[in-house]
Design a binder for this molecule. Structure first.
Ligand code: HSE
Length: 346
């Protein structure tokens, strides 16, 4: 099937997906009968461009990498804001990759609702809407005969959401535990090697792991968002961010890390949830000092790990990238190919 895409937001993740789409164009066509045109981009900082005939994404990436605005793209309309782009462009699928706000879910919730109400599919790595309204938005998609994919909201392109929904289907999953934030895992890894907290955070930002406001990473809010998402989407409960106990890594000093190392232990920021006998969920994010022989203690850098506790198989663990430009961009390709498959099977 041919997809007409519009990007809402065009930061590192959107650019990562664009690079993958360009590099894999032939392979995607040959193997999955998946072809695409990007007709519009609207970004609050970089400006906007809409051209029905399609944009030359190589040119767009060149412009953006030089720090130029989309107004300098040679063709197309330039003054469309995000909502006009969503509603009035002839895109059939919206790639929503604006900044995340897990407390309000905005502006992404408004974008996603506008797209679904216009019968357009949405693929998004934005955690805010899934934290706040996953079930509502999935229902809205169904009502409008559209699809909403959000594989990248947990573990970037490492397929955690799809693993639970499709591959582990038939299991009762009653809990999970994992390293759900790449930035903090990267910082803890570097600090153990002797780097300062500030330098490690700066490096994580340069590598594209951290959120636009990295406070969300280091204070545990990003991991908390993922705990809420997995609890609601995988465990089938209905909790909000205020229901999760939270502590970030800012209280962990270089000395704490050194002391743990001497004891044969390692600090990790662990997010978990467990359905208790009374049916209620106990959910938390907090740094835990793990013995080095714990499998999670061996997961370093920006790598994430997630264990689902299932009734048929016991614990099932997936380990892989949890952040990064291409790694997160790739999650959007998983969603696009899923939609392609679903439409082809209709
Ligand atoms: N800032 C997030 C992290 C990005 O470091 O894990 C991926 O959700």
């Amino acid at each position: 099937m041919h997809f007409k895409l519009a990007f809402i937001g065009f930061g590192t993740v959107g650019q990562g997906l664009s690079e993958i789409l360009l590099e894999k164009k032939e392979m995607l066509k040959k193997k999955y009968d998946f072809t695409w045109t990007v007709v519009a981009i609207s970004d609050i900082m970089k400006g906007s461009v809409y051209d029905k005939k399609g944009l030359d994404m190589k040119k767009v990436l060149d412009l953006v990498k030089k720090g130029k605005k989309l107004d300098e793209y040679p063709t197309g309309l330039k003054d469309w804001d995000s909502l006009k782009t969503i509603r009035d462009s002839d895109a059939d699928t919206i790639v929503e990759v604006t900044f995340t706000d897990v407390k309000t879910g905005e502006p992404a919730i408004t974008h996603i609702k506008a797209a679904l109400n216009s019968g357009k599919n949405v693929v998004s790595t934005n955690k805010g809407p899934v934290v706040k309204q996953a079930v509502n938005l999935l229902k809205l998609a169904e009502k409008n005969k559209a699809f909403y994919g959000f594989e990248g909201v947990v573990l970037a392109g490492t397929p955690a959401v799809n693993l639970a929904e499709y591959t582990l289907a038939g299991n009762d999953i009653n809990g999970f535990k994992g390293i759900l934030n790449g930035t903090t895992n990267y910082i803890l890894t570097r600090m153990e090697e002797g780097m300062s907290y500030e330098a490690a955070l700066k490096k994580a930002q340069e590598l594209g792991y951290a959120e636009a406001d990295p406070t969300g990473d280091v204070e545990g809010l990003d991991a908390l968002g993922k705990v809420v998402i997995l609890t609601n989407v995988v465990l089938g409960k209905n909790i909000g961010w205020q229901d999760v106990e939270r502590k970030g890594i800012t209280g962990i000093s270089k000395e704490d890390i050194k002391k743990a190392k001497e004891e044969g232990m390692r600090w990790k920021l662990i997010g978990s949830a467990e359905i208790q006998v009374n049916g209620r969920v106990k959910a938390k994010v907090k740094p835990i000092k793990l013995p080095l022989n714990d499998p999670l203690a061996g997961v370093n850098e920006a790598t994430n790990a997630l264990t689902f506790f299932t009734d048929e198989l016991g614990p099932v663990t997936i380990v892989g990238p949890g952040a990064g430009r291409r790694e997160t961009g790739f999650s959007l390709l998983i969603d696009l190919l899923n939609i392609n498959r679903k439409i082809s099977c209709k």
